[in-house]
Write a protein that binds this ligand. Structure first.
Ligand code: NAP
Length: 249
């Protein structure tokens, strides 16, 4: 079997739709066996069936809430049981609870920090335990350009996404000598359910600000993730790749 990640075992969190689904699909197209994990188990099953292309043995659909310690540990355990290894983890699950500081509740702050920062940390910890022993593995964390620039109305989300960069670098330093690489991707404005929730005029204004003059597609983020998950990036760790059509250079 050919492909950039042929024979590898991968997990993508929040991959029932959007960017995560395209990451799972592209990893699978490049020869990986993939666990499609989402808080919505039904959506994960549907996405897995779509990706498998009839080869049901090469995909595993799981319900997993990344904020729950046992749920994340189970996801890693079940993947290792099914595929015999864990080589790639993509921490992609995400939510937004946008509001100005005047209106944002502490619950909105905690929810966003919980899914992105705690969720990514739980994933990194669980995957690292397996990968460290195997002496190989790659972890890709999905941050955001919002974590670099700060977006008004996203004090919770920008904080979480900046936090993911620090977590990525600290984990990269801890795990490098064990053959495990940890990198991050910062997408800009990408067309998904998450951005469809934005008011149309806000979306258009953001799009006009991008040098390439368009929002990105989920598959364009997936390309950077597969690169970081593959041996093409074998000397990269602790790196943050921006996939933003030239925004925020
Ligand atoms: P999306 O279409 O909303 O997909 C996110 C997925 O994560 C959903 O299926 C969601 O399920 C799932 N999820 C939410 N909470 C979860 C939890 N606790 N455990 C497991 N899964 C959970 O969003 P997207 O646009 O593809 O975003 C994917 C990632 O890219 C996120 O980390 C996001 O912050 C990041 N990103 C997106 C953009 C963009 O412009 N779209 C830009 C920069 C970064 P439910 O729908 O059931 O909640």
């Amino acid at each position: 079997m050919g492909g950039l990640v042929a024979g590898r075992s991968a997990i993508v969190t929040g991959s029932g739709q959007g960017i995560g689904l395209e990451i799972a699909r592209l990893l699978h197209e490049h020869g990986a066996r993939v666990t499609v994990a989402d808080v919505d188990a039904g959506r994960a099953a549907k996405a897995a069936a779509e990706i498998s292309g009839g080869d049901a043995d090469s995909v595993l659909a799981l319900g997993c809430d990344v904020t729950e310690e046992t749920s994340v540990d189970d996801m890693v355990r079940q993947t290792v049981e099914r595929f015999g290894a864990l080589d790639i983890l993509v921490n992609n699950a995400g939510i937004t609870r946008d509001a100005s500081l005047r209106k944002m509740s502490a619950a909105d702050f905690d929810a966003v920090i919980g899914v992105h920062l705690r969720g990514t940390w739980l994933g990194v910890r669980a995957a690292a335990a397996v990968m460290r022993e195997a002496g190989r593995g790659t972890i890709v964390n999905i941050s955001s350009l919002s974590g670099k620039s700060g977006n008004p109305g996203q004090t919770n989300y920008s904080a979480a996404k900046a936090g993911i960069v620090g977590l990525t670098k600290a984990a990269a330093k801890e795990l490098a000598h064990r053959g495990v690489r940890v990198n991050a991707v910062q997408p800009g404005l990408i067309r998904t359910a998450m951005t469809e929730a934005m008011p149309a005029e806000v979306f258009a204004a953001r799009e006009a600000d991008i040098p390439m003059r368009r929002a990105g597609l989920p598959r364009e983020v997936a390309g950077a993730v597969v690169f970081l998950a593959s041996e093409l990036s074998s000397y990269m760790t602790g790196a943050v790749l921006e996939v933003g059509g030239g925004r925020l250079m």
